[in-house]
Design a protein around this ligand. Structure first.
Ligand SMILES: C[S@@+](CC[C@H](N)C(=O)[O-])C[C@H]1O[C@@H](n2cnc3c(N)ncnc32)[C@H](O)[C@@H]1O
Length: 358
């Protein structure tokens, strides 16, 4: 036994803390999906009956959830009121994190993403035994929408970040420039760039049909569907869509079963001096245990979503969420790039930006 090994009591405490955190996430999933947080944020201090009435939900469950949320420290209890008339308040900071989809602190989608794991557990267990997978489509709307909403506020920050990178800025501001957005999901990256650069034309690609439908609706609502087109197509076929001035892959290369083929297609489809940019997780350069919170959350996504998704296709390199810079460098070289460089874009959520060089 090493001096660093926890005692049974210490480890039991850790497990209890994990159970409480897990329960908070599942309870947040209920509050998000049932509209309870949004109702509390809109109406202020609320009783269980009022919450149930306003959201079309069951009063007995609403009361249990409100009490759990107060006991766990998410909600505050207003003074006065008996068991039936007690009023619960969502403090402003918690309301921002749980309901403000424009805020960089918006984290309700994380609860949605982990909520998607519940129905998939039997399939995940099966995949872990057999080496099979669970596809992005199988994880369904909770994962798709959780992913989209988590990154959406950050995509609005892209123009500010890219303004500091001459090679990218000069392309995006060039009149009539045409860019590709591979693995676009619900399309928020394409839409944010089109909104920021009024002459830019964007083609977004994804293999998930419901994502493409969502992306088209989002572009329509955002008023950019004349310049932003979405295609249900694999990134490896990019050259079928003409030449591009730049190509981007936002948080998707590690999900891809065949990332080298997609990167090679990006290299061929982008004109020689055009940037090819990958945004992916800012994980450590090498495996280190124990790891920091970023490393821990990325392994969590990897266990439950990204690796099973990647292995649901065959063949698959099975990257997992924890794609270290050397792994991407290897893929880039195999795809015909000379190397990659890390762009000086700091403190951008959990992301690192790579420029693949020729
Ligand atoms: C984690 S999601 C990221 C979506 C979006 N870029 C974002 O950041 O919100 C990964 C996306 O990559 C898509 N994808 C996976 N392999 C792909 C491929 N070979 N070509 C195009 N899209 C792919 C998935 O369908 C999924 O929508």
């Amino acid at each position: 036994m090493s001096a660093d090994d926890p005692t049974a009591e210490e480890f039991a405490e850790r497990m209890l803390a994990s159970a409480l955190g897990f329960a908070d996430i599942l309870a947040a999933h209920l509050g998000d999906r049932l509209g309870w947080y949004r109702s509390l944020a809109a109406h202020g201090p609320t009783t269980a009956d009022e919450l149930a009435e306003r959201t079309g939900t069951d009063r007995r469950y609403a009361r249990e959830w409100l009490e759990q949320q107060a006991v766990t420290g998410v909600l505050q209890v207003e003074p006065g009121g008996d068991d039936d008339g007690r009023r619960f308040r969502l403090p402003a900071g918690a309301a921002e994190v749980l309901t403000d989809d424009a805020s960089l602190n918006y984290l309700a989608p994380v609860a949605r993403m982990f909520g998607a794991v519940g129905p998939a557990l039997p399939d995940l267990l099966d995949a872990y035994r057999t080496g099979g997978g669970v596809s992005w489509a199988d994880f369904g709307a909770d994962a798709r929408e959780g992913q989209a909403d988590l990154n959406r506020p950050w995509f609005r920050e892209l123009p500010k970040a890219f303004a500091e990178v001459d090679d990218i800025q000069s392309v995006l501001t060039r009149p009539g420039a045409r860019i590709a957005d591979i693995g676009t999901g619900a399309g928020w990256s394409s839409i944010a760039l089109a909104q920021a650069y009024p002459e830019l034309r964007v083609d977004g690609f994804d293999i998930d049909d419901p994502s493409i439908e969502l992306a088209r609706a989002n572009a329509q609502d955002a008023g950019v569907s004349d310049r932003v087109r979405f295609h249900n197509a694999d990134g490896d076929g990019l050259s079928n869509f003409g030449r591009f001035d730049a190509a981007f892959a936002f948080e998707c290369i590690h999900d891809m079963p065949r990332p080298v083929e997609v990167l090679a297609a990006m290299r061929l489809a982008v004109r020689d001096d055009g940037p090819v940019i990958v945004m992916d997780e800012a994980v450590a350069e090498t495996f280190t245990a124990p790891g920091d919170d970023l490393e821990r959350i990325m392994y969590a996504y990897s266990l439950f979503v990204c690796l099973p998704d990647s292995l649901s296709h065959r063949p698959s390199v099975g990257t997992g969420t924890v794609m270290r810079p050397e792994t991407l460098r290897g893929y880039a070289r195999e795809a015909g790039f000379a190397d990659l460089e890390i762009l000086p874009i700091e403190d951008f959520a959990f992301f690192r930006f790579y420029s693949l060089t020729r």
